[in-house]
Ligand binder design. Sequence first.
Ligand code: ZN
Length: 138
Amino acid sequence: MKHHTQYLWFNTKNRHDIVNITPQVEEALVKSEIKEGLCLVNAMHITSSVFINDNENGLHQDFLAWLEKLAPYGKDKYKHNLTGEDNGDAHLKRTVMGREVVVAVTAGKLDFGPWEQIFYGEFDGQRRKRVLVKIIGE
Ligand code: ZN
């Protein structure tokens, strides 16, 4: 069995952002030389997400607006922020959007359903944060 591990770094300009990371994951897959297997992609921070959905800008704005309604940003809104942090909202948003995705690798390609792409969801950005890509197979 072959394996490949790679870290992707992000430092978003905005506090909240959604970034299509499919090209970077595809690059990692090419590097791995794996043709059949599984590709795990996970956020390595508890205030950011990795998820699969449509690469459509209106939908991304909808996600961010919906998350803001569920868990609005605000220093005084969360018990977590009594620790001196201001990212209580980001922990909740991350939990809703998920930590990781696993995509099958078939014939050397990410075996997506129609319109599926992989996204990094940032909910407490403007600092360097990591995503892990781990591919196993043969
Ligand atoms: Zn926190």
